[in-house]
Write a protein that binds this ligand. Sequence first.
Ligand code: CMC
Length: 392
Amino acid sequence: TGYVTLDPGFVNTASCTSAITYIDGDAGILRYRGYPIEELAERSSFVEVAYLLIYGELPTSAQLEDFEGRIREHTLLHEDFKAFFSGFPRDAHPMAVLSSAVSALSTFYQDSLDPSDPDQVDISSIRLISKLPTIAAYAYKTSIGQPLLYPDNSLGYIENFLRMSFGLPTVPYEIDPEIARVLDMLFVLHADHEQNCSTSTVRMVGSSQANLFSSVSAGVNALFGPLHGGANQAVLEMLERIHQNGDDVDGFVRRVKAKEPGVKLMGFGHRVYRNYDPRAAVVKKATREVLDRLGKPDPLLDLAMRLEEVALNDDYFVERKLYPNVDFYTGVIYKAMGFPTNAFTVLFALGRLPGWIAQWREMMADPALKIGRPRQVYTGSPERHYTGIEKR
Ligand code: CMC
């Protein structure tokens, strides 16, 4: 006690040791468990990466089969859970529905809430991975008034999610394997990012020995904000506004540089990357491929590329080392895939889930674990004495 270090925003404070994700922000390097993100994006799959993050090693084919089998077993939601979705206003933001639903898992799965029981932790991890796509699809279907589709466990993880989101009971849903591949890859890119705002939140909540569902639900809420996961929605809304105003890229960049209140170049900048976000480079390439594949050219992609070019050649952004981050191009892809703008951050959450779980489990297994409890520097009044209300 006595001496504390003030570090607003934790710019320079490590909250833990971790063996999961490595970032070199100056060099633009990201690795999960030592594997470069580019290799995982190109060659691995989301479920395999989830295994890697949580258990520390790439699975053998038997381990992967077992893991996939366990995930498949738990994709259904309890029937009573359906009422949950219709209980919210139709126009509720899906992130608010998602965090509430994840929180509600603690009420349905009371047999797996003990953080100190490895079996319970494992089954709650599997339940989260299995059920999150079902929850996300149900939230979306309810918001547009369409019937809910049960998961089809003959399908892969991503295919199942696409079908539950876009399929109808009366019409056979044809999965475009290229779309499924790209969505899978986007989830891989989002799967972990060391001690970002939502992951730190998950750890903080878990440090009080709160259960995994409660901790992850807090993470979803942290991700909701526009400076974090909500940026993918904010980017698309920004691009649409600029487009509606006649594509005046230079005018918009001038407003950003003048720091007009509320005007930022969304999808740019990062606390750790002072270089091109390696995830953004992969997404940028995929965006062009998806739009070509779907034959859906989108003026917003050209607009985003012009914005990027202008910004990367402008002193304001160069001096501050502001580069596109992962959220800059993802919205254009999600839009082309047919997701509504307010669902974009839910997709980020589906991708980030294995990272939250892996980080929470790593923390729980750490013998040095202590409850998260930052100190403060008090700036309030010195001691003074109570006065009766008649004298104030
Ligand atoms: N547009 C304009 N100026 C910016 C931006 C931006 N997007 N980002 C940072 N700056 C400026 C900022 O105003 C400050 O300028 P000055 O030195 O004159 O005061 C300087 O750059 C440093 O920025 P900072 O706000 O101190 O940096 P930070 O590390 O605290 O914030 C950030 C990081 C990601 C919150 C911020 O860059 C930002 O708000 N970006 C836009 C939102 C966004 O795209 N978020 C997604 C982040 S990546 C994925 C994720 O985490 O979900």
